[in-house]
Design a protein around this ligand. Structure first.
Ligand code: NAP
Length: 401
């Protein structure tokens, strides 16, 4: 079968039966993980479509592999191919030591306006976790991916720029200790609202009960506090009949039809997710809050080995492992491929191939339930059998729904 590019028109993906999807296998353990993941994806697509559909995977290079082949850590061609095909998936990449090297993640985020970092966090039955009831946490985190500290501007303490700014701030009536470093975090109504819109739209489509705006508005009123206010504003203006603000519900628990929009201060959110996880469903956060929360939530349900992620914009998306290259296990067929496999499940869901996504998730649940898991899980699961990366993929394929 020869592939056809995915298109995007009027806010919708147009996905052919044989889409071309570029992939970056990644450095270190990346090739082990990619080999296993690709087999799972192909088997799930084949099984759910009766052989009618197939992905044409197109390799593009970045990181060490690109550097060895081209002398460039991030060839322009890689960016061009991803842009032309709109949706891509990647393994982890080595971050080169030394300055002046462009990060692929940053380049893609900026080039394709991937303004939402999306991280689903849920527990898989049987996975060891540090809390008593990990199954109560099931959240979809929408984290703003371009503004806030990602657009942060910093000046070193005692630099001319920092001192000039301090003088300027003093002229505006703000006192800053002499010799301070200065950091600026820009956040806009436009950037905040398009993120919140994505989160609400997802909640409506997926039948999720609530969207919680997470912010530090008690301290930073015009950035974090504005994120909260802009969030409520856009919920009302764009989804007035499909949402209700928590504050407008009185003592009620919602009518089950409208998505409840609530907000929590970031520090309290960490507490709430540990103590009352079942009360939260979709979280919409500025960049830095979401960074901390995503990893804390992943840890709560058993760690990063099974935590997928996607960077999504309008008509472009790149899915990726959330862990690094784990170089000490490279080539050993040992590492857990779950993060890339679940990122692929997210990708198929986004493209409307929900049955593929469901099949993959059932496959992972089945493999874990059967106790055939990679070393990272096996070492904490009494009675489990440690299997290789490739055998874990076999077990997932065996349990595809
Ligand atoms: P790391 O590669 O994530 O590995 C740290 C440890 O986490 C591993 O030694 C292993 O723990 C565990 N781990 C990671 N992935 C796992 C998996 N799939 N299955 C099971 N266990 C897993 O972090 P790092 O050593 O700090 O970073 C290595 C390189 O990756 C660096 O160059 C870094 O910059 C890069 N990095 C890339 C990305 C990305 O591309 N998105 C993200 C983070 C880091 P045990 O030793 O306990 O088994």
């Amino acid at each position: 079968m020869s592939g056809t590019p995915i298109q995007y028109r009027d806010g919708r993906w147009i996905v052919p039966d044989t889409p071309i999807i570029p992939f970056i296998e990644g450095d270190g353990t990346g090739p082990d993980i990619w080999r296993a993941s690709r087999r799972v994806f192909d088997a799930a697509v084949r099984k759910t479509s009766g052989g009618k559909r197939a992905v044409e995977w197109r390799e593009v290079v970045a990181g060490e592999k690109a550097f060895k082949a081209t002398g460039n850590w991030l060839p322009e061609e890689t960016l061009d191919v991803i842009r032309a095909h709109r949706v891509a998936i990647k393994g982890p990449l080595t971050t080169p030591v030394g300055g002046g090297i462009r990060s692929l993640n940053v380049a893609l985020r900026q080039l394709l306006e991937l303004y939402a970092c999306v991280r689903p966090v849920r527990w898989f039955k049987g996975v060891p976790a540090p809390v008593k009831e990990p199954g109560k946490l099931n959240v979809m985190i929408y984290r703003e991916n371009i503004e806030d500290v990602y657009a942060g501007i910093e000046f070193q303490a005692e630099s001319k720029e920092a001192n000039d700014l301090i003088a300027r701030l003093e002229a505006l009536g703000k006192k800053v200790r002499a010799g301070s470093a200065i950091g600026i975090k820009p956040m806009s109504r436009f950037g905040s609202q398009r993120l919140v819109v994505k989160a609400i739209r997802y909640a409506i489509d997926a039948g999720r009960p609530s969207v919680t705006l997470v912010h530090k508005g008690n301290i930073m009123k015009f950035t974090e506090g504005a994120f909260r206010d802009w969030g409520y504003e856009v919920a009302k203006s764009q989804f007035g009949d499909r949402t209700i603000a928590e504050a407008d519900m009185g003592q009620g628990t919602g009518d089950g039809e409208r998505v409840i929009i609530k907000d929590r201060i970031a520090d309290s959110m960490f507490q709430q997710l540990l103590l009352r996880p079942a009360e939260y469903s979709v979280l919409a956060t500025p960049n830095l809050n979401g960074d901390y929360l995503s990893d804390a939530c992943a840890a709560q349900v058993g760690g990063l080995g099974l935590a997928p992620g996607g960077n999504v914009g309008d008509g472009y998306a790149v899915y990726e492992a959330t862990h690094g290259t784990a170089p000490k296990y490279a080539g050993l067929d040992k590492i857990n491929p779950g993060s890339v496999i679940l990122s692929g499940a997210m990708m198929f869901e986004e493209l409307g191939w929900s049955e593929v996504s469901r099949a993959i998730i059932a496959g992972i649940e089945g493999a874990i339930a059967a106790g055939h898991v990679t070393y990272d899980l096996a070492r904490q699961m009494p009675g489990a059998t440690e299997v290789s990366t490739s055998t874990f993929a076999d077990a997932i394929i065996e349990h595809l729904a």
